[in-house]
Design a protein around this ligand. Structure first.
Ligand code: AHM
Ligand code: MG
Length: 336
């Protein structure tokens, strides 16, 4: 069989990108390789989830008060483990861990980056074979190299991310990551165990016709959000519609689809939970970064997500993300 050498692997791609920066140390490429490795291990486990004893609850409750699934624990251990043993990460914070972890070995203390992640997003879908994902954001540490990473390295505004990405364990497994230079998507080729560049330079269409929101909460959304949803429902051919509603309940899959096809994803605050459900540092900042690099927008309904200065690691925020013109129409409704 002739191998198509036009297809770059994740490693080849990141190394090629390095050539644009003669002074780059390669640490970010190395960190992305580590994330790719953890993703492959999680993927193997997700794929055989129905066959082995990995479905269901772990029996514990996380810092958010949610039941922890066995696969959550497995994924968290994989990502934490590879980053700890890699050469580019000074510490991590995870949705599944109460506080950040600063790696104490000498190699890690001299590493440039910290990484924040939700190791397995969409946990509620694990037991029913619906796509789930991993979300991550990478920041350059602000404390001096050689010291132990500290809280200020982790509590940075999203705009400081140097890279962000996600893995979707779907009908195929994909890793998508963004740097300020662009967004690129890699599909896992299971026959060779490599992520291969399949979606170069992803741009989010300026307009789309998909809106994604949990309709079950409709009467607990603020009026502006209700107005926008009703505008979506009322779209016709004459005013850019009709729209279609799609909501998987796994943000990684929902936002991935909307990024590629054009659309808007909303997880607003509700009367009982004004801050909504999603976590700023692990879920919203990475997607806001990716979407902005791809040409879209992300806000909390009032301001740009990436400008929010976090007060705590597990902070929640309302979240609106998607195609530019759809976000602008939403903003009109919210500002009325
Ligand atoms: P999780 O981090 O506990 O998995 O929760 C986040 C997920 C998102 O992927 C998804 O968009 C949202 O929860 C769905 O929540 P809901 O069922 O309230 O609509
Ligand atoms: Mg999550």
């Amino acid at each position: 069989m002739i191998v198509n050498r036009k297809v770059l692997t994740l490693d080849e791609f990141t190394i090629q990108q390095l050539r644009n920066f003669p002074h780059a140390t390669g640490e970010l490429s190395s960190l992305l390789r580590d994330i790719g490795l953890a993703a492959k291990r999680v993927n193997v486990e997700v794929n055989k989830a129905g066959l082995v004893d990995i479905l269901g609850d772990d029996g514990s409750v996380n810092v958010q008060g949610e039941d922890v699934k066995k696969l959550d624990v497995f994924a968290n251990n994989q990502f934490t483990g590879v980053l700890q043993h890699g050469i580019s990460c000074a510490g991590i914070a995870s949705e599944e861990i109460d506080d950040y972890i600063a790696f104490e070995d000498e190699v890690s203390k001299h590493s440039k980056y910290v990484c924040l992640y939700d190791p397995l997003d969409g946990s509620g879908n694990i037991d029913v074979n619906v796509s789930i994902g991993t979300i991550f954001g990478v920041y350059k540490r602000v404390t001096p190299l050689g010291s132990t990473a500290s809280r200020e390295d982790f509590l940075q505004a999203g705009v400081q991310q140097v890279a962000a990405g996600y893995i979707v364990y779907g009908s195929s497994t994909m890793l998508v990551y963004a740097t300020r230079r662009g967004v690129n998507g890699f599909t896992l080729d299971p026959s060779i165990g490599e992520f291969c560049l399949s979606h170069p330079d992803i741009k989010c269409p300026d307009a789309g016709n998909i809106y994604s929101v949990n309709h079950g909460h409709f009467f607990r959304y603020e009026k502006g959000v209700q107005d926008y949803i009703q505008r979506c429902q009322g779209k016709t051919k004459e005013n850019g519609g009709p729209y279609t509603q799609r909501y998987i309940g796994s943000m990684v899959s929902d936002v991935h689809r909307n990024l590629i096809k054009g659309g808007i994803f909303m997880y607003p605050g509700t009367t009982d939970k004004p801050e909504g459900k999603l976590r700023l540092m692990y879920e919203c900042n990475p997607f806001a970064f990716i979407m902005e690099v791809a040409g879209g927008k992300a806000t909390d309904g009032k301001k740009r997500i990436l400008d929010i200065v976090p007060q705590k690691l597990h902070q929640r925020t309302p979240f609106f993300v998607g195609s530019k013109s759809m976000m602008e129409e939403l903003e009109l409704c919210l500002n009325q």
